[in-house]
Design a protein around this ligand. Structure first.
Ligand SMILES: NC(=O)c1ccc[n+]([C@@H]2O[C@H](COP(=O)([O-])OP(=O)(O)OC[C@H]3O[C@@H](n4cnc5c(N)ncnc54)[C@H](O)[C@@H]3O)[C@@H](O)[C@H]2O)c1
Length: 424
């Protein structure tokens, strides 16, 4: 019933959708669809501004085409949805892109199509929210005329070692036959194998807890950092000592940003509350992680006042704005919390990030990036992101940007303890 050599359509060509489209486009006819014309135009020119793939890697997908035209994606055999799943300002899931993509599927799918969702959601979302939209718009009946799968993505942007083809992938399908088909489909591109979950809900829940677990582990060490700061103990030294025990997990304190770890737990807590359970542990972890930016900024200001630096109108340099190192991704960066808290003290903040796009930073956060820091200028310097470029500058290079008595705070532990004034 299902095509042995299917035409695959990927809906949403971002960090997740593009690498997936390229892998499938090496094996079978694949159409990459995105609503963003600029994104499709750059891909047609062999450019990927997310820097996940270079021109040669894009060119390897000889069976892949790109389009923004709905008419081009009618009657594909398999549709894979990789659109964003953000949260709104109240930390609730914003399902708009997912709902729009599902309505699009309703307009284009034919009989026996399989719609696989990869976007991170809460357990039940695919069958409770997405499938009914497809049914309504298409007039087709679920599990009779069309079928669904859920296969979460685990890629790690900027990571050149762990890629789509060598990360074990969870698969699932809305019937046992569809589950087998979806599993075999992914096995064509994932050389390290797959894990077939028993239902879409299990696959959805597995993804969301992977990131929730990570969020909570970081929240614990962040809380430890807040305690040890009050006790005058260096957190990293404590973690290194405790880490010599075989079962102590090597998490480090830090800002938790990005569109996954700082977002996905809210999908789970939203669903939990919908069914009458108020998650204590998960939400308290989120609160701790959300408080770290302000803690860093307040600590910097306290150190400045101890040195009798005049805080109002002082100049503070922020090194790094992206949510993680060596990657241009600015989404939900925790660095913004540091900047905003510093600005409440009427400091003048310069932001330098060799990876970040200036226009995007301005568009997303209303901040202007500087092209290069001016040596000898700053009253305080905060290393917020561990870009290699900052590591290469070393303590001496970074200190040279500050005034003689400047404060140096290393959020990312990229410099030796003795060369900084404080670290998280
Ligand atoms: N980036 C990651 O590291 C990562 C890892 C695992 C899972 N995820 C999940 O994968 C999903 C996608 O994330 P991403 O980082 O690739 O997002 P992204 O913002 O990089 O890309 C999403 C793309 O979808 C397009 N789009 C939006 N609405 C659309 C629509 N209705 N129809 C067609 N295209 C549409 C956008 O233009 C954009 O190009 C999210 O649910 C995310 O949580 C992301």
């Amino acid at each position: 019933m299902f095509a042995s050599n299917p035409t695959i359509c990927i809906i949403g060509l971002g960090y997740v959708g593009l690498p997936l489209a390229v892998e499938f486009g090496k094996k079978t006819k694949t159409i990459g669809f995105d609503i963003n014309q600029a994104r499709v135009d750059e891909l047609l020119k062999g450019i990927d501004h997310t820097l996940e793939l270079n021109a040669e890697e894009l060119a390897e997908a000889t069976l892949l085409t790109y389009t923004t035209n709905e008419a081009d994606i009618k009657n594909a055999d398999v549709y894979i949805v990789t659109v964003p799943t953000p949260i709104n300002s109240s930390h609730q899931p914003d399902l708009t892109p997912l709902e729009k993509a599902s309505a699009l599927l309703g307009r284009v799918i034919g009989k026996n199509a399989i719609t696989i969702y990869e976007s991170t959601v809460y357990p039940g979302c695919t069958e409770e929210v997405c499938v009914p939209i497809i049914e309504k718009v298409s007039g087709l009946t679920f599990n009779k005329d069309f079928f669904a799968g859920y296969s979460p993505e685990r890629i790690n942007p900027g990571d050149k070692e762990r890629r789509v083809h060598n990360i074990i992938k969870i698969t699932s399908g809305s019937t046992p036959e569809v589950a087998d088909y979806v599993d075999q489909l992914y096995r064509r591109i994932v050389v390290v194998g797959t894990h077939k979950a028993s239902s879409l809900k299990v696959a959805e829940a597995a993804k969301v807890i992977e990131n929730t677990q990570r969020d909570l582990n970081i929240a614990l060490v962040n809380e430890l950092a807040l305690i040890f700061n009050k006790l005058g103990i260096d957190t990293l030294e404590v973690l290194e000592a405790a880490g010599t025990k075989w079962n102590f997990l090597p998490f480090r304190p830090g800002l938790v940003g990005g569109h996954c770890i700082s977002v996905d737990p809210y999908y789970l807590t939203h669903k939990a509350q919908q069914v009458g359970y108020y998650p204590e542990v998960i939400l308290s972890g989120r609160r701790v992680n959300n408080s770290i930016g302000a803690f860093v900024a307040d600590s910097v200001v306290k150190m400045m006042t101890k040195r009798k630096a005049h805080v109002v109108d002082s100049r503070v340099l922020i090194l790094g704005l992206t949510f993680k190192e060596n990657c241009p991704d600015l989404r939900n960066t925790g660095v913004i919390d540091i900047i905003e808290e510093l600005q409440t003290y009427n400091t003048n903040v310069d932001i330098y990030d060799p990876w970040a796009d200036h226009k995007e930073a301005h568009h997303e956060y209303g901040v202007s990036l500087i092209d290069a820091p001016i040596p000898g200028t700053y009253d305080a310097i905060v290393i917020c992101v561990g870009h290699n470029k900052f590591k290469e500058m070393g303590a001496e290079g970074i200190r040279a940007l500050g005034k003689p008595n400047s404060v140096l705070f290393d959020v990312k532990h990229i410099l030796p303890k003795h060369s900084v004034d404080a670290r998280l």
